[in-house]
Design a binder for this molecule. Structure first.
Ligand code: NAD
Ligand code: TDX
Length: 329
């Protein structure tokens, strides 16, 4: 199995998860170790994984690695919306050209391919709408990040239809859990509290996200790899929708702080209001169910992980906050 982006948040959890549940798998990780990649996230399985430091846009390297594997699981991406607003160029390169490079190699060598994508490709929903995203929802991305993820999904669909590439796609809701970069909402607030800084809420904090534990996301990816239908898209989500303010208040409560111990900062331009996935297809067709049904308990575990693993996140913290300060957030 070739796992791209395996030194990132979801990819590293996927590699650890896979080796726990399928100890005989032979895994190669391809990762460029950008600011978001950290090889130390693979430390618990370092002696069981082949790590290749390289770029998914490197045609020769990708061709060689794809030729050697049976299945490609593609996580590598530029993944942070705020960064994409500031400098979209690496998003177009990695998310679009990188996916194209992988698809061409997969086509040449007739390999099974799974494409990891996001609910953000659908744009956003009104806060008071009954409706959720489904596999049929029209694409309507808002940010440079989501536009490049949407473009990459379209490439995959075209390669299935035009060339018969054996691919599946998944679009997951917001993830949380261990090894998430401190630039993202939950780890940023948890680590702010751990270093004695105040959490930062964008705007009024009314935007809603559907929070899914990374282990549940990775269970779903395995279900799709094992039983998913070629050419199909599956939406993944816990069903647990919360406003950012609610999440922050939960984090503060879990960490024993007053519920109002945070500050409001300027809002994200074009900030999507609400994401919510209808994951009925994944649940009925493939029998997937989230095991993290209690968000509070999942958050408490995540807070414990950040408390116990300062060695992992501390080296990224100061640089991340310096970047936010320059953006006024
Ligand atoms: P991340 O930013 O934590 O990790 C991305 C990894 O990709 C890093 O290790 C980085 O070094 C690597 N990478 C970046 N550019 C590369 C390149 N050109 N070549 C090789 N490697 C490169 O991201 P994440 O949160 O783990 O997200 C993984 C995937 O899941 C992405 O495709 C993202 O769009 C998708 N996704 C994320 C979420 C979420 O909540 N985090 C939700 C749904 C979907
Ligand atoms: O300090 C903050 N304060 C704040 O209020 C940060 C960093 C974020 N926010 C808000 C913005 C969002 O409404 O919290 C929400 C979550 O923000 P992010 O963690 O940046 O996630 P989001 O923009 O929702 O995108 C995430 O989920 C979908 C991932 O980063 C994407 O890779 C994934 O595709």
């Amino acid at each position: 199995m070739l796992v791209t982006g395996g030194a990132g948040f979801i990819g590293a959890n996927f590699v650890q998860h896979t080796l726990r549940n399928h100890p005989t798998y032979d895994i190669t990780v391809l990762d460029a170790l950008t600011y978001a990649g950290d090889r130390r996230a693979l430390e618990p399985v370092a002696d069981r994984v082949r790590f290749v430091h390289g770029d998914i846009c490197d045609t020769d390297l990708v061709d060689r690695l794809v030729a050697e594997c049976d299945v490609v699981v593609h996580f590598a991406a530029e993944s942070h919306v705020d960064n994409s607003l500031h400098d979209p160029a690496p998003f177009v390169r990695t998310n679009v050209t990188g996916t194209f490079t992988l698809l061409e190699a997969v086509r040449r060598h007739d390999r099974r391919y799974h494409h990891v994508s996001t609910d953000e490709v659908f744009g956003d929903l009104a806060l008071d709408a009954e409706q959720k995203f489904t596999e049929e929802t029209r694409y309507d991305p808002s940010s440079p990040y989501s536009a490049t993820k949407a473009a990459s999904d379209m490439l995959v669909r075209a390669w299935v239809r035009s060339y018969g590439v054996r691919a599946t796609l998944s679009n997951c809701a917001n993830n949380y859990g261990p090894y998430q970069h401190v630039e993202k909402f939950i780890p940023r607030q948890v680590t702010n509290l751990l270093v004695g800084a105040r959490p930062k809420l964008y705007g009024a904090g009314l935007n809603v996200r559907e929070w899914t534990h990374v282990e549940d996301h990775n269970d779903a990816v395995h279900a799709i790899l094992e039983r998913g239908r070629i050419g199909e898209t599956y939406l993944i989500g816990s069903g647990d929708e919360r406003s950012n303010r609610e999440i922050l208040e939960l984090v503060l409560e879990v960490m024993g702080q007053p519920r109002d111990a945070y500050e409001h900062v300027s809002d994200r331009p074009g900030h999507d209001l609400r994401y919510a996935n209808d994951s009925t297809k994944l649940r009925t067709e493939l029998g997937w169910r989230p095991s993290y049904v209690e968000l509070r308990a999942g958050l408490a575990d995540t807070v414990d992980w950040y408390r116990a693993n300062e060695w992992w996140w501390k080296p990224h913290k100061e640089r991340t906050e310096a970047r936010y300060r320059s953006l006024g957030r």
